[in-house]
Design a protein around this ligand. Structure first.
Ligand code: BGC
Length: 411
């Protein structure tokens, strides 16, 4: 039995963040604009976020101190290319120092090139829906890979691209805030698919590093006679299939999941089913998380299997999995159960190479602001002081042992 609890040698245990949600002061980005317009749906602006831009050294040392051996973070296009065609050597050097800090601590860096945000100058030209987007993304990937590629373990082109068309052009909950703009949404999706193709090829050509896309894959479960899911969920699922098709040619597929969505003959059966309602109340119960989602850590197994079925032979990286909760024991129990799912998938012969918890830090949860607390580490909003939670050392101990011990915990 104990064998089944061991992770393979070289398995990557770590935590993820994105640039915009943690760095602070990304004033040149479309999201900064979005947070400050009068009609913004954002509950609060991102401001200084976690001041990760200045505190990355301490944060990487802290992550390594827990015992973790992998860190996924983002680079911010709006900093690297502050005006069209002008690349900042100083900002690239900043990100290179971050990569160096990872290597100094024996931490494998996984870098996301695009995590929801774009430079404001590109937003002004139509953003992701602009016909210029794929080629501009390709050039940015080329430049960033040239400057940073030799220090990166894995490169993620786009984070969760499946939702960007609908949230920005149909639902109006992300920049540019259009509603029912079907043409815009279609162009955005087509451009993102092309951007992944071009961006991944540029990164490989420059740096030869394993490259892939990271997808939000909720575990969607239909009972006999079930009604189809909500329109947005069905649409995103279809778009995920297109990205999964592209991912067959990649060196890995990034799997990210937080919950399941269940459908029965009478319709949706999961709490928090209407995830796209960003005005919803954020209340946590025993069965739900602060995001209103069902507490269902087993979702990770379903997500990994879906990615594996779609891309047989392509290694899976779990690039995000986590829970927003005020109860850190619930967080530990969630991670424990999710990691058991990873072990079950490994036992089935699926090549899973990493488990990265979202998030290292309590950070800016987009339109929801700072209320949801996903972090292994709490961040004081006044002083930015870091306060590691017990779940951080628990996950670090699993990483050091390379194994899970004990039965799955319940909350
Ligand atoms: C995103 C993160 C987000 C997290 C928690 C993922 O969908 O990549 O940016 O903070 O989920 O909601």
């Amino acid at each position: 039995m104990s064998d089944t609890l061991r992770f393979p040698d070289g398995f990557l245990f770590g935590a993820s963040i994105s640039a915009y949600q943690t760095e602070g002061g990304n004033t040149n980005s479309d999201w900064w604009w979005w947070e400050h317009i009068e009609s913004t749906p954002c509950r609060e602006p991102s401001g200084d976020a976690c001041d990760f831009y200045h505190r990355y050294r301490e944060d990487i040392a802290m992550l390594a101190g827990f015992g973790l051996n992998c860190f996924r973070f983002g680079i911010e296009w709006a900093r690297i290319e502050p005006a069209e065609g002008e690349f900042s050597r100083a900002q690239l050097a900043h990100y290179r120092r971050m990569l160096d800090a990872c290597h100094e601590h024996g931490v494998a860096p996984i870098v996301t090139f695009h995590h929801f945000t774009i430079p404001k100058w590109l937003h002004d030209q139509g953003g992701i829906a602009s016909e210029r987007f794929p080629a501009l993304f390709e050039r940015y990937c080329d430049r960033a890979a040239q400057a940073l590629g030799d220090r990166i373990a894995y490169a993620c082109t786009l984070n969760e691209p499946q939702g960007l068309g609908s949230s920005g052009w149909l639902l109006g909950i992300n920049p540019p805030g259009h509603t029912d703009d079907r043409d815009g949404a279609q162009r955005a999706v087509d451009n993102l698919l092309e951007a992944h193709r071009l961006g991944a090829a540029a990164i490989r050509a420059r740096a030869g590093i394993p490259t892939g896309v990271t997808l939000a894959l909720p575990d969607i479960q239909y009972e006999d006679g079930a009604q189809p899911g909500t329109r947005s969920l069905e649409l995103e699922s279809r778009i995920n299939d297109w990205f999964l098709e592209l991912a067959r040619k990649d060196e890995f597929i990034g799997v990210q999941t937080y919950t399941r969505f269940r459908y029965g003959p009478e319709g949706p059966r999961s709490p928090g089913n209407d995830w796209s309602d960003i005005t919803r109340e954020l209340t946590e119960t025993d069965q739900t998380t602060q995001m209103g989602y069902e507490y269902y850590p087993q979702a990770l197994g379903g997500a990994i299997r879906r990615a594996h079925r779609a891309c047989p032979g392509v290694p899976v990286l779990v690039t995000e999995n986590g829970i927003a909760t005020a109860n850190d024991e619930k967080r530990t129990a969630y991670i424990h159960t999710a990691m058991r799912e990873v072990l079950a998938c490994l036992a089935e012969g699926i090549e899973v190479r990493s488990y990265l918890y979202w998030s290292l830090l309590d950070n800016y949860e987009w339109a929801f602001g700072y209320a949801p607390t996903f972090g292994l580490v709490a961040v004081d909003r006044q002083t930015f002081a870091r306060h590691p939670r017990p779940s951080a050392s628990w996950l670090g101990a699993v990483a050091r042992a390379g194994a899970l011990s004990g039965a799955a915990q319940s909350v």
